[in-house]
Design a protein around this ligand. Sequence first.
Ligand SMILES: C[S@@+](CC[C@H](N)C(=O)[O-])C[C@H]1O[C@@H](n2cnc3c(N)ncnc32)[C@H](O)[C@@H]1O
Length: 246
Amino acid sequence: MVQHYDNISQEYKKSKELPVRLHIEKFTYFNMLGDLTGKSILDLACGEGFYTRKFKQKGASLVVGVDISEKMVELARQEEAKQQLDIEYIVGDVLELGKIGSFDLVVASYLLNYAQTKEQLLKMCGNIFTNLKLGGRFVTLNNNSEQSPSSYLTTEKYGFIKSISKPLQEGTAIQYTFFVDGNKFSFDNYYLSKDTYQWAFQSVGFKDICWQKPQVSPEGIKEFGQEFWQDFLDCEPLIGIECFKY
Ligand SMILES: C[S@@+](CC[C@H](N)C(=O)[O-])C[C@H]1O[C@@H](n2cnc3c(N)ncnc32)[C@H](O)[C@@H]1O
């Protein structure tokens, strides 16, 4: 089956240059991740390796990236050939991953929002849990299920909007549209409630589940002003989550 990201891999890579990616997404993610020195990291839904490379550059000892899209992994491997960071990239479906190692950290930016049912979410969470060592941590960025659809268009000035064609309920598709350099492209995520996420984390054995609101970097405030970011902070289109395996 041709994966959707196979068709938008270049455009998606380009969208990583939007200011909102740098000043909110990346800032929030790395605040949660903390010091990566010497850590072994499994990056699920690694895409073209934007963050995967950063983990290695920030001192991780071992980094493995997994993504279902062959094209995304191809782009990641092309960068690896240029930069030689010693990152292994695997084409694979997190739903079917099983145990491939025992990592200090399993991370994922925008993976869980591809689960269309609570059963799929449970399966993904099980495969995440199983690849963590005892004392390990899962850190993720995700679509924020709690964002009100009434604010889905207010993020246009940051370069993306969301839309739905039916009311939010378990499994409803949420279409993301990005606007980058005068072009636009779209892909779907799926809505599952925060309670379903909480249930899935707890069911597989995760403890101390923390939900992290998006934050703006001081550089972002300096460059664009607090007022520019306020709509994003008010509607919270993304959410960070971390949980532990004890
Ligand atoms: C929004 S992109 C995020 C890529 C990267 N994590 C980032 O932040 O730049 C979502 C990625 O999830 C991948 N993906 C979706 N479902 C997946 C699954 N079941 N297993 C592995 N990867 C999946 C897609 O191919 C795509 O590369």
